[in-house]
Write a protein that binds this ligand. Structure first.
Ligand code: IMP
Length: 427
């Protein structure tokens, strides 16, 4: 490994946390580059389970420096809470282990309220089903050039005046709705304390990342969410507000694309989605319920039940193309162990026409009828396999077919939640 970007190839929740944890064994630096605490990366170490929302997953490897890059939107109160909780569980999180970019935009309390207000105002069928963490409104302020950045926490007077100015503006909007206006003094008291706590972590991480690249260090860029939630390429408007795809790693960290050596795509052996929006292979029947139960498909951030469906090769092939995937990490293969047969969507039928490329128009994706091919299941446990050859023959055939359909090689296979239930493959 040299400089790698790891991204989700579907609608998020592909199991990135676990793969990152495995890949960070030999890594010097782990960088988050987009999203915020809408993400929930689960890492299981022995009997301990951690869910990270903002802190990069490299925090469990003592040799890795963790960086929250400029493309991330940071809720300072939530980051403080996460750092303190990790410390309580004996994970070292000091400014020597974690750096926060001066350029990160901050999620303020009014962003969370605006997120809820926007969702409430949307009519049925138009609601996005956001995580209500204030992600969209914070990115909107960044684009509108009225955001507050992490560097402002280094100067409490300036931070206070910027916060009060923005909070008063937002309170005029909030007061006109059914929502309760912000108690600005009370909110400022919390922020002032948190700014003092976070200040030692704030630095120009563009310099840190570029220095590491020049010194030929191993760097892993940790993507959050997934391809189909990307604000440009995803199922717009049912997306998040950042670039979740490979190119986001550069704009979100300040590293030139010329340094990127390879791209790892994390892909679940079936498909899930949280929140609203089109999902052509969704199963609304007992099979979907069974997948949810077997895969424990409940959101790591919001606890919401995830929508479940068959593997969608149309969406995944397009995703591998946009992301430039060099190597796939297939997760949750074991969840399919009990199925007699498995379906793979190989084409969509839209208004009577068959196509194998993902349409750009959300309305077309919404009415797309999935065309399936069926493969036999393996009906035996895979959780103890530690190599491709130890997998049942039908599982090997299933994986080979996925790889062929999405035009990308498989390099890692995961057959359970634990660190050791993972093996490499030269697919
Ligand atoms: P937001 O990112 O909270 O604005 O939510 C926008 C959409 O992205 C919603 O459908 C969320 O459910 C979805 N989303 C955001 N973060 C994640 C994630 O980490 N995993 C899966 N879905 C997510």
């Amino acid at each position: 490994m040299a400089i790698s970007v790891l991204v989700g190839t579907q609608w998020g929740d592909e199991g990135k946390g676990k793969i990152i944890d495995v890949l960070t064994r030999d890594v010097d630096m782990v960088v988050r580059f987009q999203g915020g605490n809408n993400a929930g990366h689960t890492v299981e170490i022995g009997t301990e389970k951690f869910v990270l929302h903002l802190v990069p997953s490299g925090i469990f490897r003592n040799n890795a420096l963790c960086v929250i890059g400029n493309g991330v939107v940071v809720d300072p109160l939530e980051l403080t809470k996460e750092i303190k909780e990790l410390r309580e569980r004996d994970v070292e999180v000091s400014p020597k282990r974690l750096e926060l970019s001066t350029r990160c935009h901050l999620i303020m309390p009014y962003h969370r309220i605006m997120d809820a207000m926007h969702e409430q105002a949307r009519s049925e069928g138009k609601k996005i089903g956001t995580t209500k963490r204030g992600i969209g409104p914070a990115y909107a302020d960044k684009a509108s050039r009225i955001g507050i950045r992490a560097l402002e926490m280094l100067d409490p007077k300036r931070f206070e005046s910027r916060f009060r100015e923005q909070a008063e503006y937002y309170n005029t909007i909030i007061s006109a709705s059914a929502m309760e206006a912000l108690d600005i003094d009370a909110e400022w008291a919390k922020l002032a304390e948190t700014a003092e706590f976070l200040a030692p972590f704030v630095t120009d991480t563009v310099l840190t990342v570029n220095k590491a690249a020049r010194e030929n260090r191993n760097i892993l860029f940790e993507g959050a969410q997934g391809m189909w939630l990307d604000v440009d390429y995803g199922t717009y408007p049912f997306v998040t507000s950042s670039n979740t795809t490979t190119s986001g790693a550069c704009t979100g960290s300040g590293l030139s694309p010329k340094y990127i050596d390879d791209v790892v795509g994390v892909m679940k052996a079936y498909t899930t989605r949280v929140g609203a929006g089109p999902f052509p292979t969704e199963l609304l029947d007992d099979t979907g319920e069974f997948l949810r139960a077997e895969g424990h498909e409940f959101g790591a951030t919001t606890g919401r039940p995830r929508r479940c469906g068959w593997f969608d090769a149309v969406a995944s092939r397009y995703s591998c193309m946009v992301n430039g995937i060099d190597m796939l990490a297939i997760t949750k293969l074991d969840v399919l162990d009990k199925f007699e047969e498995l379906k793979i969507c190989t084409a969509y039928e839209v208004n009577g026409e068959r196509g194998t490329d993902m349409p750009s128009d959300n309305d077309e994706i919404t009415i797309a009828k999935p065309i399936y091919e069926t493969m036999p299941g393996w009906r035996s446990p895979t959780c103890d396999a530690r190599s491709f050859d130890e997998l049942p023959e039908n599982a090997r055939l299933y994986l080979n077919r996925l790889s062929e359909l999405v035009n990308a090689k498989i390099g890692i296979i995961s057959v359970g939640p634990n660190r050791d239930q993972t093996f490499t493959h030269n697919g």
